[in-house]
Design a protein around this ligand. Sequence first.
Ligand code: ASP
Length: 587
Amino acid sequence: MPDQLGDWTRTHTCGALRTDDVDADVVLLGWVHRVRDLGGVTFIDIRDRAGVSQLVVRDNDALLVAAKRLRSEFVIGVRGVVQRRSDDTVNFKLATGDVEILVREIRVLSEAKTPPFQIAEDGAVSEELRLRYRYLDLRRPRLQHNLGLRHRVTMAVRRYFDAHGFWEIETPILAKSTPEGARDFLVPSRVHPGEFYALPQSPQIFKQILMIAGTDRYFQIVRCFRDEDQRADRQLEFTQIDVEMSFARPESVYGLIEPLMQEVFKEIGRDVSVPLPRISYADAIAKYGSDKPDLRCGLEIVDLSELFRDSEFRVFKQIVADGGVVRGIVVPGGNKYSRSQLDVLVDQAKQMGFSGLIWVRPGEPPLSSVKALNADALGTALARAQASAEDLLLMAAGPAEATSKLLGQLRLHVAKKENLLRADEFAFTWVTDFPLLEYHEDDARWYSTHHPFTAPLDADVDKLESDPGAVRAKAYDLVLNGTELGGGSIRIHDSALQARIFRRLGITDEEAKMRFGFFLEALEYGTPPHGGIALGLDRMIALLAGESSIREVMAFPKTSNAVDLMAGAPSPVDARQLTELHLKTQP
Ligand code: ASP
């Protein structure tokens, strides 16, 4: 029977004691991290979420016997006196490393089975085992740190929005299907046979309705659900910092979110200088081949089409004549690549989908993968691309967007290879003016790039019917190191324009009424211009913590296969539950 706490109260956490506390009588409560039995003395490291302290047991036979019984992960209480460690035993790796506690009494509060992996060592453990025993995994310092960071960031976010007049308002979890474009999780209604709630993919409609309701400024740190096939680092449920404000222009949102990023990055001691750069979607695609450009490395895509309009190199000339482009990137210091390194690069480019990649480097005689290019043309291309003598120019030709997107992939490949993407550098950018609509060949119709409530740019509204693909939106993404941190838009606040967009999307008036009728009706009762954004909290914390997976910053994530290995979800339910819900499963 384990001891009880009795009348003990913790005096300090396991990370708190310093030399100032020498001679103090203390009570520490925590887990046995390590035990070192040296015969006449036993050292015990005791751990809680605040840190580790060293306990010493000596000159007391009964205590030494008790200490010998201790195993890793037992929960214990100790009472003792703080003493300074001798110079040669100071542990610089521990915040408490200058002191130790001479133990007077030990109470075993709870024994522990041998854990399936070491908590004290940061060794490699399979993720499956870690998730199955998540409560043990969470005891490890790395995850404790991540959860602590997550807590501090969410608190900073709440303080920030509160200080700016935003109200945190909860929106329903049992809701109606929302239009973010992914599959909904459905919850059968017991009371209304055959009817279902949908878990929110985002509180989009609710937050807009809050603006109609005069709430003016709303935020919520909110769980969202999307039933998507699990791509690499997605979770079925994830957390957004969801924001909406009335009377907003895109600049109002940038002006709100940029200082928020400053506050958040303060939590890891980093300054963010504002205003953050902005780049239009069109420029981002042209210059970086991506709508999530990683700006930690230059490697900007340059357009060389004009040089080849009249060149002798017929392949390029023809492509340009047909309305295509010739574009390239300069690899800094790339002149040093050996011939075989270049061959490997060209092969890798082919795997990415390049039909051909041409490399050119300054040098005498001109070295190039293409004989038909004469020295003059090459020299001009190198000069136009501002390549220096140490550099390498890589060129490709074809349709503008596709060529830039391929070069965008190649750019990241080269940047990784050349170590140009530093993990401790944070390069933000806004990407603005996204296309409002995108055409899907498979079902031959237009879809919203963002969601159907996004407002078009005033200047482009006239093209909605005549040239839908050219209509830009008042939509923006916040991108950090090539990752989309979040996105949002200014919304349509005019019911006639909203109806027009639905028609453009091939949603019949009847269908619109069925799905969003309540919202269309609300729009007709005096709607302020409004807009907002949602930021992915999990991704943001992962970037702050330097973790590559969002699973490392969530307490209880699911596997990439959508399973909760600890609780064993999903799981079958009993027949009675199904009957109550008016459901039958198919074998
Ligand atoms: N609801 C959008 C999303 O979840 C964000 C927004 O437009 O505010 O992506």
